[in-house]
Design a protein around this ligand. Structure first.
Ligand SMILES: [Zn+2]
Length: 252
């Protein structure tokens, strides 16, 4: 049975009842953006009334059509970083080139909220989180980790965007050595803003592995392993990232 306290949808697929939990934020003008990144703007390109007027009196369509314009950043809200984001020589690994085996993966999640904000997440901390969750990483998996910064995304944008920890070089290297194809977090970046050498992004560039930032609801996934992580970026040609719809999927 699905737990009614969770914001899940149960969808029957191939005779199985699967639980889908949304791990993504809204995309809109009020979502906090990474310092220096563009904010999102929407506007009416054509209102229903305008298109109804354009159709004229010979049309029997009663409503008109609403069409809005969008300006946003390819790293807004919950989003995936394509490898091209990390390294200008990797334009062939833009967001539209990310493959389905990178986007729909067996996954696990670990709680690293014991790591202090604006410090490095060390390999010891990662192993502690994995041991507590009884998770063994395997090639082809994704790993999600929760820093505890998520609630501040709703209450204190400045704190949310500046006070989280980030994976150091040793921890990132070890994680990618296990064959992970994606790492996701509730923080705005996998690197702490206290380290502008970006050790995590550096290793992801070298290994050509994507990662996913600003997830929500990781702690609401009721099992630490044996679920799937699925994310769906738009196929923006040549871009360095995309906001995503992201889900945890599991069978009861
Ligand atoms: Zn990003």
């Amino acid at each position: 049975m699905s737990n009614n306290n969770l914001p899940t949808s149960v969808i029957e697929m191939f005779g199985k009842k699967l639980n889908f939990l949304d791990l993504g934020k809204d995309v809109g003008p009020d979502v906090p953006v990474y310092p220096g990144h563009m904010k999102t703007s929407f506007w009416w390109h054509k209102t229903h009334e305008e298109t109804k007027f354009s159709l004229g009196e010979s049309s029997n369509y009663p409503y008109g059509f609403g069409v809005k314009g969008i300006v946003t950043c390819d790293h807004t809200s919950t989003h995936v970083d394509a490898v091209y984001h990390f390294d200008p020589s990797k334009s062939h690994l833009s967001v539209d080139k990310i493959t389905l085996p990178e986007l729909i993966t067996p996954s696990a999640w670990i709680d690293l909220s014991f790591v202090t904000g604006r410090t490095h997440i060390t390999l010891d901390a990662v192993k502690k989180g994995l041991d507590a969750a009884e998770v063994t990483l395997k090639p082809g998996m994704s790993l999600l980790y929760w820093t505890g910064i998520e609630p501040y995304g709703e209450t204190d944008a400045q704190y949310y965007l500046s006070q989280y920890p980030g994976l150091n070089k040793e921890a990132t290297t070890w994680l990618l050595d296990q064959g992970l194809v994606n790492i996701g977090t509730d923080a705005a970046s996998l690197d702490t803003p206290a380290d502008i050498d970006y050790p995590n992004h550096t290793v992801h560039a070298e290994r050509e592995i994507i990662h996913t930032e600003s997830l929500v609801n990781i702690t609401k996934i009721p099992k630490k392993k044996d679920f799937y992580f699925a994310l769906f970026p738009l196929k923006f040609v040549g871009l360095t990232g995309s906001p995503v719809r992201a889900f945890a999927i599991w069978e009861d």
